[in-house]
Design a protein around this ligand. Structure first.
Ligand code: AMP
Ligand code: ZN
Length: 139
């Protein structure tokens, strides 16, 4: 299932902080449906603008996704919002790592951005992975 920015089911609001048109939710977007509660997820942390939940197909003992509650298709769109949102995602990622007990041993934060990087859900999300030794470079 893929999000379509500006698609027929989009609810748009004008941000008070920027001149950008902000898409608050897209009806056929999996992660927007998790935010609204239409699709269940194991939630681990929430802030006014972000939500974190466990990945349904974990690739490490700890594998949590942190997303924006508003719909941005990828990291670039979220960064363009320019209102500290990406800083907030990073801060949430570290807070999750601490709560998961992996901040000390080490953890990886991954934003797959674009199809060649492996992005499959077109709503910005950071993967927080840890609890095992990681290899480099990633596949
Ligand atoms: P990406 O491939 O970087 O776009 O990551 C999308 C991630 O979403 C994958 O790791 C999936 O396992 C995960 N995912 C897909 N559906 C769900 C779901 N319903 N709940 C939690 N995670 C999901
Ligand atoms: Zn979405």
């Amino acid at each position: 299932m893929r999000c379509r920015s500006g698609g027929g089911h989009a609810k748009k609001t004008i941000s008070r902080h920027t001149a950008h048109v902000k898409i608050s939710s897209v009806g056929d977007c999996l992660f927007c449906q998790i935010v609204s509660g239409e699709i269940p997820a194991t939630r681990v942390l929430e802030s006014p603008r972000t939500l974190a939940f466990r990945d349904i197909n974990p690739q490490a003992p700890s594998h949590v996704l942190v997303i924006t509650k508003d719909h941005y298709r990828d990291l670039g769109e979220a960064a363009q919002a320019g209102d500290g949102l990406v800083d907030e995602l990073a801060a949430q990622a570290h807070q999750i790592a601490e709560a998961e007990g992996i901040a000390g041993t080490g953890y990886r934060v991954v934003f797959n951005t674009g199809s060649q990087a492996g992005q499959t859900v077109w709503h910005v999300h950071a993967h927080i992975l840890g609890g095992r030794a990681m290899t480099w470079p990633p596949g």
